[in-house]
Design a protein around this ligand. Structure first.
Ligand SMILES: [Zn+2]
Length: 282
């Protein structure tokens, strides 16, 4: 069973909205209030209607600076495709982006908000542009410690993150399949790690795992509902911590404000201050 998605223009202030075509166009807004916590991917739920694996598509939309869009889908799960965000970037680039007359609204973070679980932690901090730093430390010969630090713009996302694919373990595939969680799952839509290597290489980047985690992070931050003026630091985090951070941020009304002031953000949209990622591995 394959799902189909169609991306359609939406009016100002619509936000990023999924529409389940198979359920009478039921709308699920890509917002923190609709997060249903699931560990292996991020799912949204509204009035009992579920939509899973939103993060790769949302990462592409959010990084491209698209504030208003309808995502029409006829299935419960966003197609995983090759496990990266590249196919979604291609869709967005083929259709193009239209500027609306309305001033762009940003969510400006005013004070730090942090969430931690053991040695895993994530925090969001005030900044004049949207930056992420993502550190992973994963006990596998091909992964180890990896770090990505970058300004998020359409250009940096396309060049540094979009092609990085999701990973899974050979030993985990069968149980997930039997639970019906990876319907289209195969060697074509994830890097499959064995105990000491990869079943379906080569990797697209030596640090593809770290890059993909940064992609996931951006896709989950999209659930803030507006473009961010903030710096986010994730240390061995994952979907659960990402979405907890978004929920905690949105719940603390003293931690952010909505602004149309875009002096700093305009600079970042041109990519003028983009940096190459700092990569550390051992
Ligand atoms: Zn992912």
């Amino acid at each position: 069973m394959y799902g189909h998605i169609t991306l359609r223009p939406a009016p100002a202030d619509a936000g990023i909205v999924f529409r389940r075509l198979d359920l009478d166009h039921f709308e699920i807004e890509a917002q923190g209030k609709n997060v249903a916590r699931v560990s292996y991917a991020t799912s949204l739920m509204k009035q009992g209607v579920l939509l899973s694996t939103t993060e790769h598509l949302l990462a592409a939309i959010y990084s491209c600076g698209i504030d208003n869009i309808y995502i029409d889908i006829d299935a419960i799960e966003v197609p995983i495709l090759d496990g990266s965000a590249e196919p979604f970037m291609q869709m967005l680039e083929q259709s193009g982006v239209r500027k609306l007359r309305r001033k762009r609204r940003y969510l400006r973070v005013l004070k730090p908000v942090e969430v931690s679980e053991g040695d895993r932690r994530i925090g969001i901090y005030p900044a004049d542009e949207f930056r992420v730093r993502c550190y992973v430390d994963f006990p596998h010969p091909l992964v180890g410690q990896q770090e990505v630090e970058m300004l998020v713009s359409p250009e940096t996302f396309r060049h540094l993150l979009a092609r990085a694919r999701t990973f899974c373990f050979e030993r985990d595939i069968q149980p997930l399949r039997s639970m019906g969680l990876i319907r289209g799952g195969s060697l074509e839509n994830a890097i499959v790690l064995t105990a000491d290597g990869v079943m379906n290489g080569p990797l697209r980047f030596p640090d593809e795992f770290g890059r993909h985690k940064a992609l996931d992070l951006i896709g989950d931050l999209a659930l803030a509902g507006l473009p961010l003026l903030a710096r986010v630091e994730a240390h061995k985090a994952g979907h659960s911590l990402h979405t907890q951070l978004v929920s905690r941020l949105l719940a603390d009304r003293s931690a952010w404000t909505v602004t149309t002031e875009e002096t700093a953000a305009r600079e970042s949209e041109t990519g003028a201050t983009s940096l190459m990622p700092a990569i550390a591995s051992d």
